[in-house]
Design a protein around this ligand. Structure first.
Ligand SMILES: NC(=O)c1ccc[n+]([C@@H]2O[C@H](COP(=O)([O-])OP(=O)(O)OC[C@H]3O[C@@H](n4cnc5c(N)ncnc54)[C@H](OP(=O)(O)O)[C@@H]3O)[C@@H](O)[C@H]2O)c1
Length: 267
């Protein structure tokens, strides 16, 4: 591997573009190429419209990031296979594509890392979990760690089977929080607030609580909750209802459904 790694991003849509922005904003010391059919206007990045156009450039890639939709993956991998060097690390951010499925495309000794990011990656507040196959070198892992950490927090796991539950919790999780904002807004209106005020209060309350959880990251969430709850007060009255087990059961059921769906999509 050369001193300055060559990173090739295939697919510069929502996720790919967010990741690329993070790498450029963080001045990652690497050469970047992008393969993407649409026009992109990013200074300092080599742009190819197709894998064939990028054939020569792909030979020098230390890491190739696959950021296309899962349904485009088969075509992309088939097109890519003749052009990649055996020691190039493939990093996939696609939901539901197992490490083994990449062995089918590229052979069983190609280094492959699979990661599940989430949409707050677009603003550097993402949560990613990554798993590597046995052929990924420590050096490649360090590089991928640097790349993924520009998008937020990163956890490595050795157990790929966890990725279904990871998808259910942090992958889909931002949607649950947005739904919480919607529910608070609706409940606020039903408690007598004007609609505009209810949405403003619901949104800012979630933003503020999340920011407190971030600032006080060493304080357990239960303690943060208890800090807002005076005995016999208004919060206690609400939590008596919210914490009677029904909400917990719903979340457990929802995550189980998402985990099962992820398993189905993977099989
Ligand atoms: N968005 C999320 O919340 C999220 C979260 C976690 C993981 N992911 C994963 O991230 C991946 C990308 O998702 P996304 O939402 O960023 O999708 P997206 O916005 O559709 O971006 C994919 C890009 O790849 C382009 N593309 C298609 N075929 C290509 C090819 N052969 N060569 C080069 N580029 C090609 C697409 O062009 P066209 O539009 O012309 O097809 C599009 O610009 C998915 O696998 C998804 O599972 C997404």
């Amino acid at each position: 591997m050369s001193a300055r790694p060559h990173i090739v991003l295939i697919g510069c849509g929502k996720m790919g573009a967010s990741l690329l922005r993070g790498w450029l904003d963080h001045n990652i010391d690497a050469e970047f190429s992008v393969i993407e059919p649409h026009d992109i206007d990013i200074p300092g990045v080599q742009h190819f419209k197709s894998i064939n156009d990028a054939a020569k450039s792909l030979q020098t890639a230390s890491t190739i990031i696959l950021a296309v939709k899962p349904q485009a993956m088969l075509n992309v991998c088939n097109e890519l296979e003749p052009h990649i060097a055996p020691d190039t690390t493939i990093l996939s951010i696609a939901a539901g594509q197992s490490l083994n499925s990449f062995a089918d495309y590229f052979g069983s000794t190609q280094p492959v890392i699979r990661t599940m990011p989430n949409t707050p990656a677009a603003i550097g507040k993402g949560m990613s979990v990554a798993v590597a196959n046995a052929h990924v070198t420590d050096e490649a892992k360090v590089l991928v760690t640097t790349l993924l950490k520009t998008a937020g927090k990163l956890e490595w796991t050795d157990d790929e089977s966890l990725l279904d539950a990871v998808t259910a919790l942090s992958g889909s999780g931002p949607a649950y929080v947005f739904y919480l904002i919607e529910m608070l807004e609706k409940a606020g209106i039903e408690s007598g607030l004007p609609a505009e005020m209810a949405v403003a209060l619901a949104r800012q309350t979630v933003i503020g609580a999340a920011a407190l959880a971030e600032t006080d990251h060493e304080t357990p969430p239960a303690t943060l909750r208890e800090n807002v709850t005076s005995p016999g007060g208004t919060t206690a009255a609400a939590l008596k209802i919210l914490m009677d087990g029904r909400a917990q059961n719903l979340f457990t059921e929802a995550l189980q459904a998402a985990t099962a769906r992820s398993r189905e999509l993977n099989s």
